[in-house]
Design a protein around this ligand. Structure first.
Ligand code: HPA
Length: 270
């Protein structure tokens, strides 16, 4: 595993001369964020050795290196989902590669269903904690001590300083930034009514099919994590026609502007 991670990290470094400290993972429908990036390099996942290749609509599958607010960043436009059939190892492989490239900060975004009665469709939720309901864990298997400890702490999975930067940015720019707990589960089916209510009962504010594996692996390797969910649908008030992937993508694109502002503010402070 280590050899593959190092080989891929070296490939990207040789090709791009990346020297930044921050990586960003863009969720479903949030790919427009790259318009804010002064692009220096763009690599298709299919051209990166050992990288899985994303298969679903709305996930472009590109690794972009560029500048934002004068800082060099690495952006994953499209991530790998467990429901696509990738292993937990594949899903989290890029995060491990980024760490080997010197990345210390990971910014993650996703589209999520709301399970908090006060959230509205189109809102943003800063992730302050998560609940792993994938039924598995990306760290299962032999532990690579070079990457991190066997039993990593998860009590500070989302960096409180970065949360405070985003909080004060939202306050002083007068926009709504909810906060809450993200529940990650496999999908790909959306939740039943009973499941959405259950997630609300156990303390979940938003639910999605990503992010948790990457955040666990990032914490294992002592990276600082900041995460935002775009609430694309409300699980506690499902429309008559039900949930749809199209609705998720449409709302994500619209809410993308606010997300870009928050990520830019955090990047500027890093
Ligand atoms: N459930 C799971 N994942 C999602 C949802 C949802 O309601 N909306 C967007 N991603």
């Amino acid at each position: 595993m280590l050899q593959k991670i190092k080989a891929t990290a070296n490939f990207i470094k040789d090709k791009t001369d990346f020297k930044g400290r921050t990586a960003i993972i863009l969720g479903s429908g949030l790919g427009n964020f790259v318009d804010k990036v002064e692009v220096q390099h763009s690599l298709s996942y299919k051209d990166i050795p050992n990288f899985p290749v994303s298969t679903i609509a709305g996930h472009a599958g590109k690794l972009i290196i560029g500048r934002i607010k004068g800082k060099q960043v690495l952006v994953m436009q499209g991530r790998f989902h467990y429901y696509e059939g990738w292993s937990m190892y594949d899903v989290t492989f890029p995060v491990r590669v980024f760490k080997m490239m010197g990345v210390e900060n990971l910014l993650v975004s996703n589209a999520a269903g709301g399970t908090n009665y006060s959230f509205e469709v189109g809102d943003l939720m800063m992730i302050t904690d998560h609940i792993n309901l994938f039924g598995t864990n990306p760290l299962i298997g032999q532990n690579e001590e070079e990457l991190g400890p066997r039993f990593p702490n998860m009590s500070k999975a989302y960096d409180s300083e970065l949360c405070e930067i985003a909080r004060s940015f939202a306050r002083s720019n007068n926009f709504k930034l909810n906060e809450g707990v993200y529940v990650g589960l496999t999908g790909p089916s959306f939740e039943t009514n009973a499941e959405y209510r259950f997630l609300n009962t156990i303390g979940g504010d938003a639910v999605g099919m990503s992010t948790v594996p990457e955040v666990i692996v990032a914490n294992h390797m002592a990276m600082r994590v900041f995460g935002v969910s775009v609430i694309t649908n409300n699980g506690l008030d499902i429309p008559e026609e039900g949930n749809s992937h199209k609705e998720v993508l449409d709302v994500a694109v619209i809410a993308g502007n606010a997300l870009e502002a928050i990520f830019s503010a955090v990047i500027e402070a890093l």
